[in-house]
Write a protein that binds this ligand. Structure first.
Ligand SMILES: [Zn+2]
Length: 206
């Protein structure tokens, strides 16, 4: 088998390699990822991220999302799938929205693919509308919308959920999603990665 990022053949040579089960990345590529496994609060909710959003993570995500390399889907969460399943047992993943235009171009819902292997129930409860489609919305809908994000009309949400995204960069999309969700949900936040400049307490607790 070859590494899906650099194409180098992968061998199980060292003792550690034997335990690197079915990773699609070679040890060198994997070493470029910075695991931070960080717990923090975002808008008062318990949040958790696995990686720092660095160059290695970002180029893998780009290849997966924008170049449509679906085989890379296990690179992100597969090594942590059991831990995540335990941690969020009994919860439903609410996947953050991509803009409809982007998803149509891409031909697949990249977050669905990414989170599928975790083995938790998933929902896509949000719509993200571009400026063009926002103009076609009525005033009532526009008022319910935050940062271009809207809850799908009439959708019933489970009480225990996890807002799930690939990366938290500015936190703006996450804030938008939080503000359109009904009050009183038992809600956690998870993202694969967090932008390093955003790891300050000020940002996270804002
Ligand atoms: Zn590699």
């Amino acid at each position: 088998m070859r590494c899906l990022m650099c194409g180098k053949p992968m061998s199980k040579e060292t003792f550690a390699d034997l335990f690197r089960e079915e990773d699609v990345l070679c040890a060198d590529c994997r070493d470029g990822w910075k695991r931070i496994r960080r717990n923090f609060r975002f808008q008062g909710k318990k949040a958790f991220v696995l990686y720092e959003y660095n160059a290695a993570f970002s180029s893998c995500l780009l290849q997966f999302k924008e170049c449509g390399d679906e085989a890379l889907k296990t690179a992100f969460l597969y090594p942590d799938r059991r831990m995540l399943r335990r941690m969020y047992h009994g919860r439903t993943l609410l996947l953050m929205p991509s803009s409809e235009e982007k998803e149509r171009e891409r031909g697949f819902s990249h977050l669905k693919e990414l989170f599928e292997g975790v083995g938790l129930p998933m929902m896509e409860p949000f719509l993200k509308t571009g400026e063009q489609s926002q103009k076609s919305l009525g005033r009532k809908e526009r008022r319910k919308m935050s940062r271009g994000i809207l809850l799908k009309p009439g959708i019933a949400l489970p009480h225990r959920c996890v807002l799930a995204d690939d990366v938290i960069t500015t936190g703006s999309t996450m804030r938008g999603a939080l503000s359109v969700l009904p009050e009183g949900l038992d809600l956690r936040i998870f993202a694969c990665a967090l932008t390093p400049s955003r790891t300050s307490e000020d940002f996270l607790n804002a």
